[in-house]
Design a binder for this molecule. Structure first.
Ligand SMILES: [Zn+2]
Length: 297
């Protein structure tokens, strides 16, 4: 409700975007001039030095969508603040937009949430992999041919990092760990899958928990229960609000989950998501997107 109270009209939304874009006062995007006149009747800004006219959303992803800002605001809010996320179908109903528009909003907002400058995990890091995807008729529950592999890492008491990978081989898993953990991570905890062998070095221990023997917590608090709780969360959200997530779009969904989890104690989550959206350059990330014909998400 507070979001609706704060942003129920376009003027309020514009003022909010303006404050995020120019916290130190208006500036011309073309020449950097600081003396800007307001043409209030047309919601335009006019640079006194170069006469460039622009709107507060010029050059941002809000600009060319023709959607009212409040719909963007509400979509961002619903995506980042709801614990399990929201599907394009729910968004369609809540915002009163077409499925195509709802899908487009989900896609663009998720892509913007991708943490390009994510901090490396350190301390004690649990790493685990899981298989996402439907069961195939005629194949047993164990069949993995149509499933997508997701690998994840979680710093104890800290952030998570999730990624779709091509397999659970040594090269892939070691590559993921190298890329996402600090060089002097204290310890890496995994299950006993052989591909994890050799991740230790002089200053990083590798400890394993034997799932096969039902040893869910090895002596010394060695377990991977934290990252496994993320898999339950992931699977519940896929069942609860996404129904099917195609392999192609799973990565974007993982970014969203990652953002929500890593910002779980951030009181400025909405603002930070808006900042990310404003910084996502118009079009650059999304030039190749296509709205699928059928119900993905
Ligand atoms: Zn100018």
């Amino acid at each position: 409700m507070s979001l609706v109270e704060r942003f129920h009209d376009e003027d309020r939304c514009r003022t909010y975007v303006e404050g995020l874009r120019w916290p130190d006062g208006l500036e011309c995007p073309r020449c950097g001039g600081k003396v800007i006149s307001r043409i209030t009747t047309r919601h335009q800004l006019d640079c006194d030095s170069c006469r460039y006219r622009f709107s507060v959303t010029a050059g941002t992803i809000f600009h060319d969508s023709h959607l009212p800002l409040w719909k963007w605001f509400l979509a961002v809010y619903l995506i980042v603040e709801s614990k399990r996320g929201i599907s394009a179908n729910q968004l369609k109903r809540t915002l009163g937009v077409t499925y195509k528009t709802a899908w487009y909003l989900c896609h663009r907002i998720r892509a913007a949430l991708n943490e390009v400058d994510a901090q490396l995990l350190k301390g004690i890091v649990e790493v685990d992999e899981t298989f996402v995807g439907g069961e195939m008729e005629g194949k047993g529950r164990g069949y993995r041919g149509n499933k997508t592999v997701v690998v994840g890492a979680m710093q104890r008491g800290g952030n998570i990092c999730l990624q779709v990978v091509r397999g659970t081989d040594r090269e892939t898993l070691h590559g993921f760990i190298r890329k996402n953990t600090d060089g002097d991570t204290e310890a890496i905890y995994t299950d006993e899958w052989p591909a994890y062998r050799g991740v230790a070095d002089e200053d990083t221990e590798h400890k394993t928990v034997k799932h096969r023997d039902k040893e869910y917590v090895a002596p010394g608090g060695v377990h991977t229960n934290s990252i496994e709780s993320i898999w339950s969360l992931l699977k519940r959200s896929i069942i609860g609000s996404y129904h099917q997530v195609s392999a192609k779009h799973l990565d974007a969904y993982l970014d969203e989950l990652e953002f929500r989890f890593n910002n779980r104690e951030n009181p400025y989550m909405f603002r930070d998501a808006m900042l990310k959206l404003l910084r996502a350059r118009n079009g650059s990330l999304f030039s190749s997107y296509r709205v699928p014909e059928f119900g993905v998400f």
